[in-house]
Design a protein around this ligand. Sequence first.
Ligand code: NAD
Length: 499
Amino acid sequence: MAATGTRTFQNFIGGEWVDAASGATFESTSPATGEPIGTFPLSGPEDVDRAVEAAKAAYEEWRLVPAPARGEILYRFGALVREHKDELALLMSREMGKVLAEAGGDVQEAIDMSFYMAGEGRRLFGQTTPSELRNKFNMSVRMPIGVIGVITPWNFPIAIPSWKIAPALVCGNTVVFKPATDTPALGERFVELLVEAGVPAGVVNVVHGGGGAVGERLVQHPDVPVITLTGSRETGVAVMRSAADNLKHVHLELGGKNAVIVLDDADLDLAADGIIWSAFGTSGQRCTAASRVIVHRKVYGELQSRLVAAAEKLRLGPGWEADTDVGPVINDRALEKIHSYTGIGRDEGATLLTGGEVARGDGLERGFFYRPTIFGDVEPGMRVAQEEIFGPTTALIPVQDTDEAIRVANGVRFGLSSSIFTRDVNTAFRAMRDLVTGITYVNAGTIGAEVHLPFGGMKETGNGHREAGQAALDVFTEWKSIYVDYSGKLQRAQIDNAE
Ligand code: NAD
């Protein structure tokens, strides 16, 4: 059972809790107060090798367990996560910083995903097709692949592992999981609950440690045919490069620079609520956060004043306190990076409308708090309108019309989420067609994905795969086409049936 304080935790390899081979450790602390959460193994390549060996051995039996029985374990896991929802949400608020309601939402996604993928145990549909020859039967089936290397970020520390591990398991693969070093306690707790749900030894292994020592070894290990990574664009590029030598399957879910478009016929109250929630929820540390707001000039002044007033009302504090709206950012490096973008925006000539500083007072100095920040008069090409800041900073960009709004929205390298506020159904359908993002919301902010739809981005947000929904199954299975000839004679496709 994961306790907090100074408890020492271990890796989980081949069904046993073990220290890193080197004995080295690292600490996890709360970004809100600096309080210690726990001590974790700082693992190295030799720990990864042991975990992969265990996962590879377990695969030979796990792949033969009927998929409905694998799904049963995920049902039990989903039920256990639901039972422990409050405890997990509180731990998340302490270890990662998000406010309790959002932490509960993160846990709920894991519950939903586990139940959804448990149901896949009785589906995992393939196809049957006619044959072009007589007395021959054709079908395609999904096959498991082997050991999946799961590398996750800290911003959705329960949801994202579930998006990867639940489909990986129901499809018959085994897993070596490397949680982010900012949220090891949550990664650990996730695995403890899987074990309690009845996952056999070696089927899921957890190795704590850094992206360099643990992550890279996992990516390069010859017995790990699939890597699924959610993280920054830079990490995605490094992982894809280093996986190339073994021609691994690489599934990447990377950064975003998501825009909300507000047209002159929009419901401005609704738009302002959606923008505040999307820009400052989770302190802007969501891949789908609204870090650009593209506004029709006719309503620009009005929307700007509403947003600034709403942002200034947000109360900063530890996520577990009932009146907190915005929690801390993850660590001192993030705080520095976010603040550096305030300087960049000013130097580029954007107008700082509110925020733009590290928050102090009321005990906030003990953590990493940044004031919700809004830049006005932003030009689409400015760095604050192009680069992922991953903090509570958003940029207001004025435009003349719908054409310009869509052009500006698409004018970034990323393509994750987009949103449009308009009452005109024709404009809404045009935006659904023309916005080049994996997710588009109409009359809602940029966040709020549901687990039964594909999740992921176009352009440099990823490499063409999707998490969640049926689409996730394509990451964790290979298609096999099977031809059964019951004619009792040699039949040659494209030859014996040719005119
Ligand atoms: P990060 O890239 O720093 O780290 C992600 C994970 O990769 C961590 O576990 C890290 O230890 C590991 N890692 C780092 N370097 C590695 C390497 N060379 N080889 C193997 N593993 C390595 O990202 P982060 O700061 O934890 O998360 C924030 C980023 O994640 C943002 O860019 C955000 O947009 C993105 N994100 C994307 C999605 C999505 O679904 N598209 C969802 C959440 C977060």
